[in-house]
Design a protein around this ligand. Sequence first.
Ligand code: ATP
Ligand code: ZN
Length: 210
Amino acid sequence: MLRLAIQKSGRLSEDSLALIRECGINFISSTYKLKTEATNFPLEILFLRDDDIPGYVQDGVADLGIVGQNVLVEAGFPNLEVEALGFSKCRLSLAVPRADGYASVASLQGKNIATSYPNILSRYLAEQGVQANLHTISGSVEIAPSIGLAEAICDIVSSGSTLLGNGLREVETVFRSEAVLIAQPNLTAEQADLLEQLRFRMQAVRRAKR
Ligand code: ATP
Ligand code: ZN
């Protein structure tokens, strides 16, 4: 038996459920239940907040998970990744107020930057040789410059319309992300075999869509 953790409700949920179904795995999902069992594959599905998924898989509370690389890398467990899934593609970018001058990433030296991704951002800034003050906030990062909390932000961008609406301009791509399948490090031989069956089906689903 394998336990797979997926996001309960959010941008990963629909595509995660669709992928499992396209793998030929049947289950009944209800918005009220936090757990369901597949009827034709030894799989239990747990519905969790995406931020909790890497930790649960690292600890073996769940055997598998589907999560964004952004959340996985920020949590510090990039080595749990076993398969890129090709959906929920997005990027983490730096943005500054449109009215402010910006020449290069060096312009951020000594500035205050608001983000929900302090680990990914601090690694990027270190690589660029830039020192800045990071302010970790968990949501509504885009309003930080207009309320005087920071001179720049680093947040998830897909279309850019949220940035535009807050008077911000995207200036650097810090990290590119997509949904990935992750697995706990200590699967039994039987679980590892089930994982291989699952990966084989996932790869076939992706190939069929090309
Ligand atoms: P939760 O309540 O589970 O913590 P959340 O609000 O943190 O959810 P969502 O906004 O649902 O997270 O995003 C989940 C993941 O989907 C992100 O971590 C990212 O990998 C991806 N994602 C976020 N925004 C977009 C987007 N605009 N387009 C595509 N993928 C995105
Ligand atoms: Zn989250």
